[in-house]
Design a protein around this ligand. Structure first.
Ligand SMILES: NC(=O)c1ccc[n+]([C@@H]2O[C@H](COP(=O)([O-])OP(=O)(O)OC[C@H]3O[C@@H](n4cnc5c(N)ncnc54)[C@H](O)[C@@H]3O)[C@@H](O)[C@H]2O)c1
Length: 378
């Protein structure tokens, strides 16, 4: 009996370093663990250097490498463009891809500014193409479970969001300058890099919107070596913290730093409601902490839920109960959901409108840090 041929989704991926590897792995794995409406074909890796793009294509499982984005976008057989490049290229690459009629998955933060993000979202809506942002932490099973718990009211009305994302890789003044320390390439420092995730995660977990912010920021190392004997000025924050008020009256504290020794990827969010608390921490990503005012007072306390049972989000797609997941699985889950959304009618979240909302909070906090005043969010 002849088997029905499934449609193929052909992907061009732009950028092939850290995120390129994470995305390529997700694209290869998704169809092995999820029922997808398409076969995913890794068609081409686009980079700035042909030899390196070709080598990356061979290593990551793509058919070929290219340094000619325009030629790739002109191809009829490319359906999806994945943007895995530094922040300053998100808008030009994603918008060119949308104009060429491609679906787009883009890394975070969506853009360098709210204005740029708004233009991207407007074009995405007009294009009728599907767009998504790689806020992969949303699709960690424990984070998705936290959303379920908060949204169904298990911890009551939210009063506090307490979020920290701390790393230490820029602690030493000897670490070289890169696109991540230059505002025209990245927009902002730890703020856009790490607070972007916390802001997106908060909107996802609680459904709340940020109303106003008051921020402080610091750049402790003012210039960094370039590897050529010269130094380059650092014009982005090493750390930025802000207070916020949400649209339901809840209070939030957010802190991002890349100079917190010992903290490698400490992405933690605690939500206090009227009747309970949930805590998600990437460094314990298979677990969720939950406290509720229930049961006997003398045995009440935080409990730790191992989020890898069949009843938990995404768990059934992977291994038998209790067999753990890691960082890369959050990308696989994200990519699988995106591919499934191509057959559905609803929005894939987060999309570029979510990216605009995140960018508005980022911009308001940057402005507040400069002006030293409370600032309304866009
Ligand atoms: N979702 C996450 O958890 C997460 C984690 C890390 C980085 N990011 C985001 O992913 C993006 C990429 O970060 P990364 O860590 O992979 O950076 P990286 O420096 O490791 O890699 C960037 C890649 O883009 C290529 N590149 C640079 N400019 C280009 C251009 N104009 N055209 C084509 N290729 C270009 C580089 O050659 C390299 O292959 C950034 O926006 C970053 O904020 C997201």
């Amino acid at each position: 009996m002849a088997t029905k041929r499934r449609q193929t989704l052909r992907v061009a991926m732009v950028g092939h370093a850290f995120m390129g590897r994470a995305h390529a792995n997700a694209m290869r794995q998704a169809g092995r663990f999820f029922e997808l409406p398409f076969d995913v074909e890794l068609a081409v890796v686009v980079g700035r250097d042909l030899a390196r793009a070709a080598a990356a294509a061979a290593k990551l499982g793509f058919a070929e490498g290219s340094r000619d984005l325009d030629a790739v976008l002109a191809r009829d057989d490319i359906d999806l463009v994945d943007v895995a490049t530094p922040n300053d290229s998100h808008a030009p690459v994603a918008m060119a891809a949308l104009r060429a009629g491609k679906h787009v998955l883009c890394e975070k933060p969506l853009a360098l500014s709210s204005q740029e993000a708004v233009a991207m979202a407007k074009l995405a809506r007009a294009s009728g193409r599907r767009v998504g942002l790689w806020h992969n932490y949303r699709r960690c099973p424990a984070a998705s479970l936290a959303e379920r718990i908060v949204r169904r009211g298990d911890i009551g009305r939210v009063r506090h969001v307490r979020a920290t994302y701390l790393q230490d890789w820029l602690s030493s003044a000897d670490v070289e300058a890169s696109w991540r320390t230059e505002s025209k390439r990245c927009g902002s420092g730890a703020h856009g890099d790490l607070n972007a995730h916390l802001i997106d995660m908060t909107r996802f977990l609680t459904g709340l919107e940020f109303v106003e912010v008051s921020a402080i920021a610091a750049t402790f190392t003012k210039s960094r070596p370039t590897g050529t004997g010269k130094r380059r000025r650092v014009d982005v924050d090493d750390a930025l913290a802000f207070l916020t008020r949400f649209d339901n009256g809840a209070l939030g504290t957010f802190e991002a730093s890349r100079v917190a020794p010992g903290r490698k990827n400490h992405n933690r969010i605690e939500i206090n409601g009227e009747t309970g608390t949930v805590v998600w921490n990437l460094e314990r990503m298979n677990e969720l902490e939950l406290f509720r005012f229930e049961g006997d007072e003398d045995t009440r306390g935080f409990r730790t839920i191992m989020c890898m049972d069949e009843s938990h989000p995404y768990a059934a797609n992977w291994w038998p109960d209790g067999h753990l997941l890691g960082y890369e699985h959050t990308f696989v889950n994200t990519f699988a959901e995106f591919v499934k959304s191509l057959r559905g009618r609803g929005r894939f979240r987060p999309d570029f409108d979510d990216g605009v909302a995140v960018q508005r909070v980022l911009d308001a906090a940057s402005k507040s840090a400069r002006s030293r005043r409370w600032t309304k969010v866009g």
